[in-house]
Design a protein around this ligand. Structure first.
Ligand SMILES: Cc1cc2nc3c(=O)[nH]c(=O)nc-3n(C[C@H](O)[C@H](O)[C@H](O)COP(=O)(O)O)c2cc1C
Length: 188
């Protein structure tokens, strides 16, 4: 199983990155091929809504020149995409939001091009947040469930931990074991 972890926090060594560690260790132990990409240190421009990607069949087709050119082949390589993000203003942090908006060229729904470059892939979430889990994450989870349904992706669930004491909240045996258990639940 090919697993791509896209880590969207502006803090490259922050809470969300820490929670990804035991998850990825467990995935690798279970035999998955794991790739980890931080987004905040990449150039990922906002979608301009030009719809040019919808006229280009079989390729992503976005005319913008940035690091999405390297990320799209990784998405196509993955069986499972893990979107790891802190909750910011009840949704994902900005680097992840830019990436999500730039999904457009992977679906060919709105122009002369037809088909999908990623239908059938699986999506899971790893989130960290200050409020309790449901209150903090419900809007993002709902958005991702709907994006998956819209894009013919399989939504596999979320693991999240509340930030009660910054990094140490994510290094407890419970938090780490939860991340490992989540990895196990996703392996096929
Ligand atoms: C700008 C900003 C906005 C935030 N918005 C929320 C929020 O809407 N809901 C919430 O539960 N926590 C919110 N938080 C708390 C973070 O989600 C939490 O501290 C998270 O663990 C940070 O992860 P990181 O270290 O990977 O960036 C916010 C934090 C920041 C800095």
């Amino acid at each position: 199983m090919n697993v791509l972890v896209l880590m969207g926090s502006p803090r490259l060594k922050g809470n969300t990155a820490h929670l990804c560690k035991p998850f990825m260790e467990e995935m690798a132990m279970l035999g998955a091929q794991v790739k980890y990409v931080t987004l905040a240190d990449k150039k990922i421009l906002p979608c301009r809504g030009c719809y040019l990607c919808q006229q280009v069949e079989n390729t992503y087709g976005c005319p913008q020149q940035d690091d999405m050119a390297a990320i799209i082949p990784l998405i196509q390589w993955a069986d499972l995409m893990v979107l790891a993000t802190p909750i910011y203003a009840w949704y994902c942090a900005a680097p992840m939001k830019n990436l999500l908006d730039r999904h457009y060229g992977l679906n060919k729904f709105y122009g002369s091009a037809k088909g999908s470059l990623w239908a059938g892939k699986q999506v899971a979430l790893i989130c960290t947040h200050g409020y309790d889990a449901a209150y903090a994450t419900d809007p993002f989870v709902m958005g991702m469930e709907r994006l998956c349904a819209h894009s013919h992706l399989e939504y596999r669930g979320m693991y999240s931990v509340r930030d009660e004491d910054d990094l140490s909240s994510f290094q407890t045996p419970e938090a780490c074991q939860g991340a490992r258990d989540f990895a196990r639940s996703l392996i096929r």
